[in-house]
Design a protein around this ligand. Structure first.
Ligand SMILES: *Cc1c(COP(=O)(O)O)cnc(C)c1O
Length: 389
C-alpha cells in the first residue's frame, strides 16, 4: 500500500495499483468459526437438517427478543420473504415502491402479477418521498412498500398517515435495516409486516436467509403455513403455500453471528467515522449521514459525487477500480430502467427526477471490520487527488 500525493500516484495515470488484494464492498461478516462448526456438528449428530429444526426455532426466538417484535418467521432468503409477505397481505393490482432499491423489491410484486408503481425519493435520505407516493395512488392501489435504504428508516409516520387515509396496506423491505431503529423502536415493528434479508453481503447474514416479522398474529400464522406448503401438521394441508423454509445450517450461521454482532457494529461505526473524518474536507463528495439519535448498523458507506465536481461518479469508479478498490454503483440505473419494467411500464425519467439524479451520482465504498484506517486514507487520497485535477 502506498501513500498518494498527486495525479502521478494514481493507477489511472499509469502507476501500479495501491492495493495488491482487491478491497470489496459487502465482504461477509463471519463470527467465530468454532462456534459455527459446533452448531454444524450438533446438527449432523441430530440428523435434523431442515423443517423447522431446533436451530431455526432458537434463531427466531433470538430475532424476536432482539427486535422486541411478536413474531419472526425465518425463511430461505429475503426475496421469498417479500413474496410470502405480499401474498399473506393479499396485495393485488398496483403497489407503490421506490425505483431506487434493489431489483428484488419490484420483482417480488411482478412475479405475482402485481404492478410495481415507482415513486420518487427524497434527495437527502434516498428514501421514498411521501408526496410522490400520494400522487401515484389510484383506485387499483392496494399497498405501499417502503424500503429502509442504507438502513436509514423510510419516512414511516408519513407513509402510515397516507396508508390510513387511503385504506392501503403498508409493508417495509427492511433488507438493509437489521439492527436499526426509528423513533427509538427497532425496525421490524412497523407497518403490517417487515422483511429482512440475511444474505451473505448484508450486515447480518445466515449465508442465504431472510425473515418476515410482524406484530399481527393472523398474518404470522398465515406466513408460517405458506412457508411450508400450507402444512398444519402431518398429512394436513390447510393453505396454499411454497417452500420458503430456512435450513438448520443457515440458522447456525445466524446464531453464530448473533454472538459477533456487537463487534461488527463497533467496527462498522469506526469505519464510518474514519471515512466521515477523512472525507469531510472534500467538497466534491458528500458522505450520506446516519442519524446518530437512532440505532444504525453503519453497513453502507454511501457517497454522492457533487453536481459541481470536476469529475463524475463513473470517473471515480474507474479511478478506484484501477487501485483495486472495488467500489460500486448502487441501484443504477433504477428499477424502472431495468427489464421488464422499462418496456412494460415506461415511466418517463422526468417522472422520477431525483431517482435518476441520485442513481447517477452514488458510489458505495468498501467498509466493514476488515477495512483499516490506512486503507481508508488511501481511498480518500484518490478522491482528493481526482477532485483537484
Ligand atoms: C438484498 C435485498 C433484497 C433481497 O434479499 P435476498 O436475501 O438477496 O433475496 C431485497 N431488497 C433489498 C433492498 C435488498 O438489498
Amino acid at each position: 500500500m502506498k501513500k498518494m500525493k498527486t495525479y502521478d500516484d494514481l493507477a489511472i495515470g499509469g502507476a501500479p495499483p495501491a492495493f495488491v488484494e482487491p478491497l470489496h464492498v459487502g465482504r461477509p461478516n463471519i463470527g467465530s468459526k468454532q462456534t459455527f462448526l459446533n452448531y454444524a456438528n450438533e446438527m449432523l449428530d441430530r440428523g435434523w437438517l431442515t423443517n423447522n429444526g431446533p436451530l431455526v426455532q432458537e434463531f427466531e426466538e433470538k430475532v424476536k427478543c432482539y427486535l422486541d417484535v411478536k413474531h419472526c418467521i425465518a425463511v430461505c432468503n429475503g426475496t421469498v420473504a417479500l413474496e410470502i409477505a405480499i401474498r399473506a397481505l393479499e396485495l393485488s393490482g398496483e403497489v407503490i415502491v421506490p425505483s431506487y432499491t434493489f431489483i428484488a423489491t419490484a420483482h417480488a410484486l411482478y412475479w405475482q402479477g402485481i404492478k410495481p408503481v415507482f415513486a420518487d425519493i427524497d434527495p437527502v435520505t434516498h428514501n421514498l418521498d411521501p408526496e410522490s407516493v400520494r400522487s401515484l395512488i389510484t383506485s387499483r392501489t392496494t399497498a405501499i412498500i417502503g424500503v429502509h435504504l442504507w438502513g436509514r428508516a423510510a419516512p414511516i409516520s408519513a407513509l402510515e398517515e397516507i396508508a390510513t387515509e387511503y385504506g392501503l396496506q403498508l409493508m417495509f423491505d427492511a433488507a438493509h435495516a437489521f439492527g436499526c431503529s426509528y423513533n427509538k423502536q427497532m425496525i421490524g415493528n412497523y407497518g403490517n409486516a417487515e422483511v429482512f434479508s440475511f444474505h451473505a453481503t448484508k450486515f447480518f447474514n445466515t449465508l442465504e436467509g431472510g425473515a418476515v416479522v410482524t406484530n399481527d398474529d393472523q398474518i404470522a400464522e398465515k406466513i408460517r403455513l405458506m412457508r411450508n406448503f400450507g402444512f398444519a401438521g402431518y398429512d394436513n394441508v390447510v393453505h396454499p403455500g411454497t417452500n420458503g423454509k430456512m435450513t438448520e445450517i443457515c440458522a447456525a450461521m445466524g446464531l453464530t453471528n448473533f454472538n459477533h454482532m456487537q463487534e461488527v457494529l463497533k467496527e462498522n461505526e469506526r469505519c464510518y467515522n474514519e471515512y466521515a473524518y477523512l472525507l469531510s474536507e472534500i467538497s466534491a463528495v458528500r458522505l450520506c449521514q446516519y442519524d446518530l439519535h437512532e440505532k444504525n448498523n453503519f453497513q453502507y458507506i454511501v457517497l454522492e459525487v457533487a453536481q459541481s465536481a470536476q469529475f463524475n461518479r463513473d470517473d471515480l469508479v474507474t479511478a478506484l477500480h484501477a487501485e483495486n478498490v472495488l467500489a460500486r454503483k448502487y441501484f443504477w440505473p433504477g428499477c424502472h430502467q431495468m427489464l421488464p419494467y422499462r418496456e412494460k411500464y415506461p415511466v418517463a425519467d422526468s417522472a422520477l427526477p431525483v431517482t435518476c439524479d441520485v442513481a447517477e451520482r452514488v458510489i458505495v465504498l468498501p467498509a466493514g471490520p476488515l477495512i483499516r484506517r490506512a486503507q481508508i486514507t488511501v481511498i480518500s487520497d484518490v478522491i482528493r487527488i481526482l477532485s483537484r485535477i
